[in-house]
Write a new protein. Structure first.
Length: 374
């Protein structure tokens, strides 16, 4: 099949999922054309069957705002015409789904390209609900030939808030468990943590929904009972508030802000526990990355998290904003070696048995095939 993959290219779960999906489909012999304003972050080497088309958007004094959605639609039209795409698969509804719909409409007399939309999270739960976008998100879902959501929770939210005419197919996010696999890196551990310190890790874009300051409070609550080092990986609007909190609590020696990092597997390999206290998370890809490296996860019981994290099996969940509950779970896990090893083994097992890329890609391929038949 010839597939156009539309996504955000930068940091963020939806772009990562789209890129990994595209790269894997290309390996399986499909021709995949990425369409975005920049080369997707993980598409950083030559691979057969994989192509990138940059969306150019002209600046003109009359346009106070960039008309990216229109430029994207025009680029999709070009790629459909030149490459004869069977499918346009857009990731994150805004504005990709409406641009895909527009492109499809423009070429419909000559080309029968199908539109598939994957909903990822805030396109439904947050931004998509803004009155400025809601009608178009609903319309583009209804006009897609197939729609997928990355968790049962997100599918349910879409039914509740958008009343779609279409069935929402749940295809969970996935992971390459051969790539995301614990490495033995004692020197890196020594570099980042003192001897005997347990390594806690958080990876996100530090947006308000991630509640990063809860992690700092958690460290403050447990630091006298267990020796820990927290690695804060990523960057975003709430980083400086978190840094200020670290200073005001006087725990600078316990927390390292590493900023954006490419070598996540290395860092997860030296981690003992992943903390993800988001107040919204349709899936929680960073939790799955940690679990694949054998790192148990503690998180709030919200959104799609319970589809991934199971209490007492591969991690623990607490009620939203219950930092004491999170701290209790952290202490339980870090103080009991037998429990730790049980959770760690099951975290890896969950990734391998339920979310392995090899299990999920054929589900997308089947959806493509079924959609082309209609
Ligand atoms: O930045 C993004 O890629 C989208 C972002 C969002 O806010 O919608 O992430 C979502 O998509 C990821 C990949 O499917 C999920 O793992 C995240 O849980 C989800 N984020 C939220 O729901 C907050």
């Amino acid at each position: 099949m010839k597939i156009g993959m539309v996504c955000y290219p930068t940091y963020g779960g939806s772009g990562i999922v789209a890129t990994e999906l595209g790269m894997q489909l290309a390996k399986s012999g499909h021709e995949v054309h990425f369409i975005s304003y920049a080369q997707p972050q993980r598409f950083d080497h030559f691979q057969d069957n994989l192509y990138f088309h940059a969306v150019e958007f002209p600046h003109y004094p009359l346009f106070e705002f960039h008309l990216y959605s229109l430029a994207l639609a025009s680029k999709i039209i070009d790629v459909i015409k030149y490459e004869k795409l069977d499918i346009i698969h857009v990731h994150y509804a805004i504005p990709h789904a409406i641009s895909g719909f527009l492109a499809k409409e423009v070429v419909k007399n000559e080309y029968h390209t199908k539109l598939i939309t994957t909903l990822h999270g805030t396109d439904i739960t947050l931004v998509g609900l803004e009155p400025a976008f809601q009608p178009l998100v609903k319309y583009s879902i209804d006009q897609s030939d197939a729609v997928t959501a990355v968790s049962e929770y997100l599918a349910q939210k879409t039914y509740e808030d958008f009343d779609p005419k279409k069935k929402i197919n749940v295809i969970p996010n996935f992971i390459d468990t051969e790539f995301y696999k614990k490495m033995n890196l004692p020197f890196l551990k020594k570099q980042l943590a003192s001897c005997g310190e347990k390594v806690l890790v958080h990876v996100s874009n530090f947006r308000p929904v991630k509640r990063v300051t809860d992690i700092i409070h958690l460290v403050d609550k447990i630091r006298n009972e267990v020796s820990v080092k927290l690695l804060m990986i990523g960057d975003g609007p709430d980083r400086s508030e978190a840094e200020k909190l670290v200073i005001s609590l006087g725990i600078q020696d316990k927390v390292k802000f590493l900023g954006k990092q490419q070598s996540i597997v290395e860092l997860l390999s030296i981690a003992d526990l992943m903390i993800l206290p988001s107040e919204q998370e349709s899936f929680g890809l960073s939790a799955l990355e940690a679990m694949s490296c054998g790192v148990p996860v503690i998180a709030y019981n919200i959104g799609g998290i319970p589809e991934l994290v199971r209490n007492g099996y591969n991690g623990y969940m607490s009620d939203l904003k219950d930092i004491d509950g999170l701290a209790e779970s952290a202490l339980k896990i870090l103080k009991d070696e037998a429990l730790y090893s049980y959770l760690s083994t099951n975290a890896r097992r969950t990734a391998v048995e339920e979310f392995n890329i090899e299990r999920i890609i054929p589900i997308y391929e089947k959806l493509y095939e079924d959609t082309l038949k209609v």
